[in-house]
Structure formats: C-alpha cells, structure tokens
Design a protein around this ligand. Structure first.
Ligand SMILES: [Zn+2]
Length: 74
C-alpha cells in the first residue's frame, strides 16, 4: 500500500512538471521528436526539411545528410 501511494505521488509530481509543456503542445517527448546532428549534436525540429539538414551537414561539416543525420528520410 505504501509503495502504491509513493508511486502515485511521483506520477502526480511528474504530471505537474509537464503541464506547462502540455499546454503549448501535445504530450510529446521533445528529445524523441528531435533530429540530432550526429556530428555536433545540434538539435533540429522533427519538421526540419531535408534541404536544411543537407545544408547544415554540407556547410558545417562538409558531409552528407546521411552522415550527420543517419536514419532521416530524404
Ligand atoms: Zn552538425
């Protein structure tokens, strides 16, 4: 019983923490929704278009999009 109460409390606190973000957007995991450059770890929005990613890879690292953002569809 004690454990259950503790877990519920923890969940409540977490929900409280996320309520601000939930207001502006749906409850998405920002990290999971981001595209991270494998080279410099710069995050990009998941909605970033391939040309922009290609430009970053090319101008910043002189690499291809696939090298900097493996797994991102063209
Ligand atoms: Zn980069």
């Amino acid at each position: 019983m004690g454990n259950g109460a503790k877990a519920a409390q923890k969940r409540e606190r977490n929900a409280d923490k996320g309520s601000k973000a939930a207001k502006s957007q749906t409850k998405v995991n920002e990290a999971a929704k981001s595209i991270i450059c494998a080279d410099c770890k710069q995050p990009f929005l998941i909605t970033t278009r391939a040309p922009a990613l290609t430009e970053h890879a090319d101008k910043r690292h002189n690499k291809t999009m696939e090298q900097c953002f493996p797994g991102v569809a063209k």
